[in-house]
Ligand binder design. Sequence first.
Ligand code: C2E
Ligand code: CA
Ligand code: CA
Length: 743
Amino acid sequence: MTWSQSRTSPSSATARIVWPVAAVLLSLLALAVGGLVWTGQRTNELAADQQLATLSASLDTEKRQTLQRFARVVGTPAAVTALTHPISPRAAQAAIGEPLEQVLGFEASFVVTPENIVVTGRAGAEPADQRRFDARLHLLAPALAELRDKLGQLALRRDPIFTSGADPATVARKAGVSRLAFDGGMLRILVAVPMLGEQDDPTGGLVAVGIRPLSLASLREDILRGNYADLHIEEVTAGGPIAPWALPVLDGQSMMRATLVWRPVRPGDQVLERVLPSIVIALLAIGLFSAFMFAHVRFVTTDLVNREARATHLALHDPLSGLPNRSLFAARLDAALARLDDHTDGVAVLFIDLDRFKDVNDTHGHEAGDVLLRIVARRLTDALRGADLLARFGGDEFAIMQTHVRSAHDCAALAHRILEAMREPFDVGAANVMVGATIGIAIAPENGRERDTLMKLADQALYRAKNDGRNRYAFFQIGMDHALIMRQAVDEDLAAAIAANELRVHYQPQYSPDGRTILGVEALVRWPHPVHGMIPPSTFVPMAEERGLITQLSEWVLRQACRDGRHWPGISVAVNVSPIQFRQADFVARTAHIVDEEGMDPTRVELELTEGVIVDDADVAEHAMVELRSLGFRFALDDFGTGYSSLIYLRRFAFDKIKIDRSFLEAMETTGESAILVHSVVHLGRALGLTVTAEGVETAEQQRFLQAVGCHQLQGYLLSRPLPAAEIDAMLGVARSAERLSA
Ligand code: C2E
Ligand code: CA
Ligand code: CA
């Protein structure tokens, strides 16, 4: 399991899902808009083309009608006769010119010979002569040329027009030409028609020409019916741009002089305008949809990522304390060990076990236990420095990976801080409790570079520290391996050994200060293991406590001690009581029952309690003690001076005896202070009316000193080691009964 897993960021996941969808929608929309614009453009172009064609056709119609009207006037028999049979020019003008001007709006008209000699003419409502005609020739010449050319062509083909006897007006209309020209800033329609007698040579006859101005206003309104917005004429300057939809208009010399320009209708635009709101709405919808999708997908992915993170966190952390668990610890340790080289500082593994945590759980309940663990976690965290990592492995087991370790001093300093942090009482709600901690330390690279090795060695060191008396720390030392193997074996075999009666009880005599009289014995359990030899109680008693076997074990010892002790007249038999046992509700009843069953006098049974028993739950302890005392049992306070309690407890709890811990006598050898302490403890005990016993008396000097300060009883290797019952029998001069021998 790794602790750092690659995580999908919510935004990238969102981007992966939402943006493509939005992009596709937008592309579709863009395609639709593009298509629409293109179609609109095409529609506009077609409409413009259409307008251009219509304009051109309208102008053609206007030209044709002008020609027809002109032909009708000049082609009347009267007009032809007036011209072909010379009468007064005045009459010709009246027949032709006046109707043209007044009715049809011509500004000028002339009848000319093939040589362009004016036969008759009118301009500006007056008769016009050759000079006037010549002034207009530049305008009229192309029309005349075209007409003559056309007439020539018709004659060449012998067109029936000239032979079928059609009336002159029809001939004029059919053979005539009309042109549109731009001249003098204005549009003009020029018409030219032949004026033929019946046998006339079409090419050699007279020709009538007319000029009719075409005002923009009448073009717009009358001809185009206002359909061409902003219609106007643009003069074409040489090389200047020409509007794409402009209609070219030529001048007299057939040069493009001007164009007719207008604002073309744009139906495509109108369609687009009509569709535009829909497009905007669609865009908004897509935007909203994308935003919604984005938010939704983001929410979903964020949720997913969070869940994943939570799951990962749960998998790698202890739910109670929130600390990393064993897996994460292992992974981090691996990583730190992988970085280890000759130039970096070391890495240490500290295993921490709480002392008497089980007591707290048993006495105050699991909730109090949980509270305690959380406080411990906090205090341990506070004791860390820098990149150190604290983990909880479960139960009351914690572990620290200490980095930047330059020497064992760094580890010792941390261990001290931890022990110091544990010294304060813990408020677990129901009560203030005291727990200590025991710490085992292994250091890389000195003790090894492998995670498994380091953890195993730290565990061994922890085990060693526990054996040395808890509430302390120990570094791994070579040789601890053996202890660990042993512990495992013991762990596996203990239950079976108790059940199979494999345990033995030895008795250590307690003497009068002069060492001559045995006043009592202390029952001490032994385990002769078939493979590992004699295993000391310091190894397997704590284990029995952890495994829930302590009651079974203790009751077995008590029963055995009663069986052996009832034969030893007058002396007391001390039995050690585990704190866990003492807290059981039926402890009093069961103890009394066993003693009674074995026929032992309760007044000779001395129950040895350690201070831990009474400190943890004083009321329960006091209650049990009062009951047992009323049955005759006596109490000794064991290991006096090592625990947490004060002398106050001696007053409150009715002990009969205090047993000064062995460590005081050990220390006495080297320092004088300890001697003073022992002296005052003995003094105090006597003052309180208690029997004072000294444990671990190993030298004659110690004996002399204890005797001198007034100690009541002595126990130690100097006087006697713990011995099998048979040897106590012998020392007391008690004969072994047949019943006991067989037992
Ligand atoms: P303890 O109750 O303090 O027992 C006295 C220990 O001191 C015994 O160790 C004894 O062998 C040792 N001792 C006696 N005289 C001397 C001496 O002159 N020098 C030295 N160095 N040691 C001396 P043992 O038998 O190994 O027992 C260790 C502890 O195991 C006991 O300490 C007691 O706390 C526990 N224990 C032993 N038997 C039982 C039992 O039946 N039930 C319970 N609950 N605990 C037991
Ligand atoms: Ca004892
Ligand atoms: Ca003791």
